[in-house]
Write a protein that binds this ligand. Structure first.
Ligand SMILES: [Zn+2]
Length: 159
């Protein structure tokens, strides 16, 4: 899934969940700006394993070694990665890390919907994907992401 798709799916799930838990005034919930930024970071983070990805281009010093050692859609696309972030958040007492982990999980959900799938049980090489997949960077991906984002907006603003 392309970065725009990850952001749209992530934003859709995040605002729908906020609306569900906080009701009509969800957008006034305390900490929503910093939480959103953390989710946004988490949405980009798994693709740090690809030097030409949106985040990989900005941190080549990190993305090249991760890519060389684990490959694209390796450890950063497994269940281990969000768990490591949650554990790090607990260890260093940074509660906002749970929002980064949520963003990572939403990224993995997006890639789970692609034909390549994700190596959920890394280092096992088996790739897991949804029964119905959407090819990356195709019109189907754009339509699906816009549809999900639109539905979330309708729900979040009671339209
Ligand atoms: Zn990815």
């Amino acid at each position: 899934m392309m970065v725009q798709g990850h952001i749209m799916i992530g934003a859709a799930v995040y605002i729908a969940a906020k609306r569900y838990f906080y009701g009509d005034g969800w957008y006034m919930a305390p900490g929503i700006v910093i939480e959103s930024l953390c989710v946004f970071l988490g949405l980009l983070l798994p693709d740090v394993d690809h030097p030409s990805s949106t985040i990989g281009k900005r941190v080549k010093w990190l993305s090249y070694p991760v890519w060389a050692f684990f490959g694209h859609r390796g450890i950063t696309h497994s269940f281990i990665f969000p768990l490591l972030i949650v554990f790090a958040g607990h260890y260093y007492n940074i509660a906002l890390m749970q929002w980064v982990a949520l963003g990572v999980i939403l990224h993995l959900l997006g890639d789970f919907l692609t034909p390549s799938g994700i190596p959920l049980l890394y280092p096992l090489k088996t790739s897991y994907r949804a029964p119905i997949t959407i090819p990356t960077n195709g019109i189907g991906e754009a339509v699906f992401c816009l549809f999900a984002f639109g539905l979330a907006l309708l729900y979040a603003f009671n339209i």
